[in-house]
Design a protein around this ligand. Structure first.
Ligand code: SAH
Ligand code: SF4
Length: 341
C-alpha cells in the first residue's frame, strides 16, 4: 500500500477540516467517524453514504487503515496474538485474551521500549518509535474485524509493547476515540493503561480521566527497584507512591499494582509485608505476575508455593491480590514477551 497518512490519525477537528477542504459540509466528518470506529470500514469505497467525489478526494491524500495484519497465531489456551505491519516495515503485536466471559485486547503503545527493564523482552531491543494514534486504534479495529460479530471486545489494556506515558499525546488521542460517543463509545471502566511510573505524565493522565491506572511496582524497595527497572532512578519509588496517592479515583475505582515475581529477587515474605505497608493507604488491588522466562533471561520464575505464600501475606494484611497467570506462553504472547522475534 502507498505510504499516505491514515485518516485514523486525524483528530475530529482535523477530520472536519479535511472534509471542508474537499468542499463538503463538516457534518460529513461524523459519518466518516461512524464508518471508521463503528463500521470497521477498511476503504473509502465502503462509506456508501458519502458522495463518490468525496471518497475519491479523501483517497488521494489518505489511507483508511494504519496497519496491515501480518499474521495471527492462536494459543492452545484460547488467546490469540496479532502481528501487525507498520507502514515503515516495523512490526507490533497485540494479544486477545478471552477469560471469564470477557474478551480483553492487550494493545501496544510503542514499537519497542526505551526503558530497558531487566525482566522484559520488549525492552531488549530499545525503542524503535512511538505509535501514532491511528496505529494504536487500528490494533483494536483489526482485532474486532477478526472476531465474530457477536464476540465484541469487552476490555482494553495498554499493557503490550512500550510505555504509554512516554507516548502520551498519541495515547490520549486514542483514548478519546475509544471512549468518545462519536468514537467507539467504550466506558473508561473497561480501559486500563499500565505505566512503569513516569511521574511527570501521571498528573496529565489522571486529569484526562479516560482510563484506569495500573502501575508496575515490582518491588517495595527503592534500591532493588532501580536494579530491575532503570526508570526508577529518575522516578524513585517514594515520589511514585506520592503520585499514586494524588491520582484521582472515582467511587469504587482502584489503582492496579502489577508485581512481576522474580525468584530470589522480590518474592520473600518480607517483601510482601513491605509491599502491604507501602500501599496500605491507597485503594488498590495487586496483580502478581510470575515471571515469564525467555531465552537469555537472567531471572527465574519463583516456585508456585512461594507465589501463594506471598499472596497470602498480602491478603492477611487486607490487600486484595490475585495471581495473574500469563496467557499465550506457547505463542510468545505472555506479559513481557512481545516483540522478541
Ligand atoms: N511499559 C508499561 C506497559 C507494559 S505492561 C509497564 O511496564 O507497565 C507489561 C507488564 O508486564 C508490566 O507490568 C511488566 O512489569 C510486566 N512484565 C514485563 N516483563 C515480564 C515478564 N518477563 N514476565 C512477567 N511479566 C512481565
Ligand atoms: Fe518497557 Fe514496560 Fe517492558 Fe519496562 S516492562 S521495558 S517499561 S514495556
Amino acid at each position: 500500500m502507498e505510504n499516505k497518512e491514515s485518516i485514523k490519525n486525524l483528530t475530529p477537528e482535523d477530520l472536519r477540516e479535511a472534509v471542508k477542504s474537499c468542499g463538503e459540509p463538516a457534518f460529513r466528518a461524523k459519518q466518516i467517524e461512524r464508518w471508521l470506529w463503528r463500521g470497521l470500514a477498511g476503504s473509502f469505497d465502503e462509506m456508501t453514504d458519502l458522495s463518490k467525489g468525496l471518497r475519491e478526494k479523501l483517497g488521494q491524500t489518505h489511507n483508511v487503515d494504519a496497519l496491515t495484519l501480518d499474521k495471527e497465531i492462536k494459543s492452545s489456551d484460547g488467546s490469540r496474538k496479532f502481528i501487525f505491519n507498520l507502514y515503515d516495515g516495523a512490526k507490533i503485536e497485540s494479544v486477545l485474551i478471552p477469560a471469564d466471559g470477557l474478551r480483553t485486547l492487550c494493545v501496544s503503545s510503542q514499537c519497542g521500549c526505551a526503558l530497558a527493564c531487566g525482566f522484559c523482552l520488549t525492552g531488549r531491543r530499545g525503542l524503535i518509535r512511538n505509535l501514532t494514534a491511528g496505529e494504536i486504534l487500528d490494533q483494536i479495529i483489526l482485532a474486532r474485524r477478526a472476531l465474530r460479530p457477536d464476540d465484541a471486545l469487552t476490555n482494553i489494556v495498554m499493557m503490550g509493547m512500550g510505555e504509554p506515558l512516554m507516548n502520551f499525546d498519541s495515547v490520549a488521542q486514542a483514548l478519546k476515540v475509544i471512549t468518545g460517543e462519536s468514537g467507539m463509545g467504550m466506558s473508561y471502566r473497561r480501559i486500563t493503561v499500565s505505566t512503569s511510573g513516569i511521574i511527570r505524565k501521571m498528573g496529565d493522565f489522571g486529569r484526562l480521566g479516560l482510563a484506569k491506572l495500573a502501575v508496575s511496582l515490582n518491588s517495595p524497595d527503592n534500591e532493588i527497584r532501580s536494579q530491575i527497572m532503570p526508570v526508577n532512578k529518575k522516578n524513585p519509588l517514594p515520589d511514585l507512591m506520592a503520585a499514586c496517592r494524588r491520582h484521582p479515583l472515582r467511587p469504587r475505582e482502584r489503582i492496579t499494582f502489577e508485581y512481576v515475581m522474580l525468584d530470589g529477587v522480590n518474592d520473600a515474605e518480607s517483601d510482601a509485608r513491605a509491599l502491604a505497608a507501602l500501599v496500605a493507604d491507597i485503594p488498590c488491588k495487586i496483580n502478581l505476575i510470575p515471571f515469564n522466562e525467555f531465552p537469555g533471561a537472567k531471572y527465574r520464575t519463583p516456585p508456585g508455593d512461594r507465589v501463594d505464600r506471598f499472596r497470602r501475606v498480602l491478603l492477611n494484611n487486607n490487600i486484595d491480590a490475585l495471581v495473574r497467570q500469563s496467557r499465550g506462553a506457547d505463542i510468545s504472547a505472555a506479559c513481557g514477551c512481545l516483540g522478541g522475534e
